[in-house]
Design a protein around this ligand. Structure first.
Ligand code: 0A1
Ligand code: ZN
Length: 873
């Protein structure tokens, strides 16, 4: 495998690029890029006779320095780029290259997406457009001239402001763009072609009007107003919460159906996967709308956290991503229900990041080496990174955190910096020592927090021991303790919250919160008449795996009375896990300890009028298989699926009356808009319906058929469709056919149609997926389609992906290999599905290992090879 790049080897760039002037002759087949770079030796550069400018798959047509064409001895072109031999200390480099957008199936650099051309430059795509020092610590001012056929490319967009335009001979035209803000090359962007737009304005708090536009193919535009409104709300929020104002006169978003990721924060020209823009109630689910709102905010927030202050090198990726995810999470929490948002985020973290952190691809939030940087846009860098930023907020308070942010911008605006710089700003602004937080960035693995209790009933004293351990990961055997903020509460058996009377043991608590800094610390509380119910880690205060054994009785008290909604959800998850694991271990459900008590606790919960129905829905949503697997060894996935299903059946039967009541009671609200009460109504109804059908499909299946017909929005329609398909109910074929017919022209809804079938636990799932691979709605060339069909099958269909005969693995691996030949980045993400192989029972382990070996022998891209090789290590 290629040698890794190491953080320890970082050196400043050899040259500074003050200005870039690009001239594009755009065309789908052949585009020519003329570039003039003003370079000057970096003051701290190490001495050297050569300068390497990155470049990949470029045909060099012309080259000159300060107007003088270069002789062959003065430069060399290789697979890596362009080497200049003995360049002057300061000079202008002129190059002209040719590239082929229509042949670009990797969707990196300049590529074609239906009737337009687009770029994707993060992380290292700019080098596929022209020769450059393609690294984030080289920040330059860009001037860009785009020229093309006016009919074919009526719209010509790049970063900054358009400063000139005109028509030319032969039906051609041009637009010139100037970006006044220095930026790294990964934020460069172009969009050109037959794009329509919608438009609105935003007045900044200092009174400037910013023109906002969303560009897309015309049929997508009527469904893009929600996104445009989300943009305005994001701009307002960033001013209110952080005092951050937008810094140009226009802000443009372009939506495309061909995109490797969710979206990209190019300076003033964000490019989005249509799935993160095109959404309204009629054609998108609540989850989609929530996603759109979050991604629009995320990319907008990058303007400050990422663009104005950027990363020194790609090891610092979480500097911008962790911080920006934290910011979009906070924005979303302020738009709807904070509690529901937190529960959703924790579920995501546990389903995606925890397994990553305990598998072969475990890496620190600030990795120390990589082979392919594209493989590091991970749940660890993004979601765990955001949790670390949240830790600063927990220990500094919201105001202290704001002081840290202010200092960060004051110090680093216009610079390319590190996660250490961010931490220093947080510490210095508050006069505190945060040095130990560096361990959160440097150590891979999820810390395990163990809480043990001892109650002395004679003295009325509760002793609580907190200990932490981060398991060893590949190449990082020994770990140090990390600071873990742990809010603590005590409840009486009847649910009354007790005051904390701390004894003089261990560190004194500030605001009922312990910050655990050592491997182990002990606290004592007194004045207790009976053993209280202990509750820790409110709001999921740190990204740790909690081991806290509590009895069914204690968990029931927490489920019923916790003031913190996350903790209620957590108690429900623990009770669910207890039942599922008992059945998995071979017990009959009726024989499981505390079953009746658990039933009563859930009934009481359903009757709690004060509880947000959306939180109730999450409490009734059993822990998913990915999370459960994380805490098991020698997993039999089929047994686990059936154990979970058995508990769902039991819960559906136990709660039948209450569930029917919720289902019918919320029917009217569920027809409402995208407001918190209506979305909560839909959440509880669909959760109730799923449990009812699990409980008794013959009795309640008809409700799903009815919902398919009466659906008033896509959330209802899709909930009905997936229940019909996943439970194999009578109307499933008709419903699938009807859905297809109705939405045949809508790529995003066809993705859903594929996903619903790919995730079905019914026995015919594999043959369905096989057939769908040949369906006209599917192509390996489109990342959304690949994710919808193959990605969903590998991630969510644990029953059939892990089929005992290996058929699921084989189908998946074949598809992966075909995708890898077209788009390595997307294929590498698919490869991660095998990462957990060591956790499975021996037969599946062996089948997965063999599949991985077969893939590697077949020859993979650098991207996929890195993942597969690590998995086999
Ligand atoms: N910076 C973007 C994510 C992104 C990363 C890489 C891409 O192509 C390789 C595209 C987008 C974000 O955080 O939204
Ligand atoms: Zn981002």
């Amino acid at each position: 495998m290629t040698d890794p790049i190491r953080l320890a080897d970082y050196t400043p760039p050899p040259y500074v690029i003050d200005h870039v002037s690009l001239d594009f002759q755009l065309d789908f087949e052949q585009t020519e890029v003329d570039s003039r770079l003003r370079l000057r030796r970096h003051p701290d550069a190490l001495p050297g006779r050569e300068l390497l400018l990155h470049g990949e798959d470029l045909s060099l047509l012309a080259i000159a320095i300060d107007g003088q064409p270069l002789a062959p001895a003065q430069y060399a072109v290789s697979a890596e780029g362009l080497r200049l031999i003995d360049p002057p200390a300061e000079f202008e480099l002129h190059t002209r290259v040719r590239i082929h957008p229509a042949r670009n199936t990797r969707l990196e650099g300049l590529y074609q997406s239906s009737a337009f051309l687009l770029t994707q430059c993060e992380a290292e795509g700019f080098r596929r457009i022209t020769y450059f020092l393609d690294r984030p610590d080289v920040m330059a001012r860009f001037t860009v001239r785009l020229e093309a056929d006016q009919q074919q490319f009526p719209v010509l967009l790049s970063n900054g402001d358009d400063v000139a335009q005109g028509t030319l001979a032969n039906g051609r035209h041009f637009v010139q763009w100037q970006d006044p803000w220095p930026k790294p090359s990964y934020l460069f962007a172009i969009a050109a072609g037959a794009l329509g737009h919608i438009e609105d304005y935003f007045r900044t708090r200092s009174g400037r009007d910013v023109r906002l536009r969303i560009y897309a193919e015309p049929r997508a535009l009527p469904r893009s107003w929600f996104a445009l409104d989300a943009l305005k709300r994001s701009m307002r929020w960033d001013e209110a919460r952080y005092g951050l104002e937008y810094d140009l006169d226009q802000f443009n978003i372009v939506a495309t159906y061909d995109f490797n990721m969710g979206a990209m924060e190019n300076k003033s020209l964000n490019i989005f996967n249509a799935k993160a823009i095109v959404a309204d109630l009629e054609r998108a689910t609540d989850a989609d709308l929530t996603y759109v709102e979050a991604v629009v905010a995320h990319e907008y927030f990058h303007n400050w956290t990422g663009n104005r202050v950027t990363c020194r090198d790609w090891f610092q990726l979480s500097l911008k991503e962790g911080l920006t995810v934290y910011r979009d999470q906070e924005f979303s929490a302020d738009q709807g229900s904070r509690a529901v948002k937190r529960i959703d985020d924790v579920r995501l973290l546990r389903a995606n990041q925890f397994p990553e952190d305990s598998g072969p691809f475990a890496h620190p939030v600030r990795p120390s080496e990589y082979v392919e940087i594209n493989n590091f846009y991970t749940a660890t860098v993004y979601e765990k990174g955001a949790e670390i930023v949240r830790l600063y907020e927990r220990v500094l308070g919201r105001e202290g955190f704001r002081r840290g942010m202010d200092l960060y911008f004051q110090r680093h605006d216009g610079q390319a910096v590190t996660t250490d710089d961010f931490r220093a700003a947080m510490a210095d602004a508050n006069g505190v020592d945060l040095s130990r937080f560096s361990r959160w960035y440097e150590q891979a693995g999820t810390p395990i927090l163990t809480v043990t209790e001892q109650f002395d009933s004679e003295r009325g004293v509760l002793t609580v021991q907190f200990s932490q351990e981060t398991p060893g990961t590949l190449g990082q055997a020994d770990k140090l303790p990390v600071p873990i903020p742990i809010p603590i509460a005590l409840y009486r058996q009847d649910g009354l919250r007790l005051p904390l009377q701390q004894r003089d043991v261990g560190p004194p608590l500030a605001g009922a919160m312990l910050v655990l800094t050592e491997a182990s610390q002990t606290l004592q509380f007194d004045g207790l008449q009976e053993k209280p119910v202990l509750s820790v880690l409110h709001d999921f205060s740190a990204p740790v795996a909690l081991r806290h054994r509590q009895s069914v009785a204690e968990l029931s008290v927490r489920l019923g009375f916790e003031q913190d909604p996350f903790c209620r959800f957590e108690a429900a998850q623990n009770l669910g896990e207890h039942l599922i694991q008992s059945v998995y271990a071979g017990q009959a459900l009726d024989a499981v300890s505390g079953l009746a008590e658990i039933g009563r606790a859930f009934k009481a919960l359903c009757a709690d009028a004060g509880l947000d129905p959306a939180v109730l829905a999450e409490c009734l949503n059993l822990p998913d298989e990915a999370y459960l697997s994380e805490r098991m060894q020698a997993i039999d996935p089929s047994r686990l699926f059936h154990a979970r299903q058995a508990v769902a059946t039991w819960l559906g039967q136990q709660l039948e009356g209450a569930l029917l009541q919720h289902y019918h009671r919320e029917a009217q609200s569920a027809g409402g808009g995208f407001d918190a009460p209506s979305t909560a109504a839909r959440r509880i109804r669909h959760r109730a319906l799923a449990l009812l059908i699990a409980g008794d499909a013959t009795r309640h299946g008809a409700l799903a058929s009815e919902l398919a017909v009466t659906a008033r929005n896509m959330t209802e329609r899709l909930a009905a469709l997936s229940l019909l398909v996943h439970f194999g109910l009578a109307d499933q074929e008709a419903a699938l056919a009807q859905f297809y017919q109705q939405y045949e022209d809508d790529p995003l809804l066809l993705d859903k149609w594929l996903s619903v079938q790919a995730s079905s636990p019914q026995p015919d799932a594999l043959s369905r997926v096989r057939a769908l691979l040949k369906h006209p709605a599917y192509t390996h060339r489109n990342p959304n389609k690949v994710r919808a069909l193959i990605g969903t099958f590998g991630r969510l269909n644990r029953l059939h992906f892990h089929a005992a005969d290996g058929s699921g693995y084989a189908l998946y691996a074949d598809a992966l290999q075909a995708v890898d030949a077209l788009n390595p980045q997307v294929a590498a993400r698919l490869s991660a599905a095998f990462n957990g192989w060591r956790r499975f029972e021996p037969l599946r382990q062996e089948a997965m290992r063999r599949t991985l070996q077969r893939l590697l022998q077949a020859g993979l891209s650098k991207d996929s090879a890195e993942i597969v090789t690590k998995a086999l290590e």
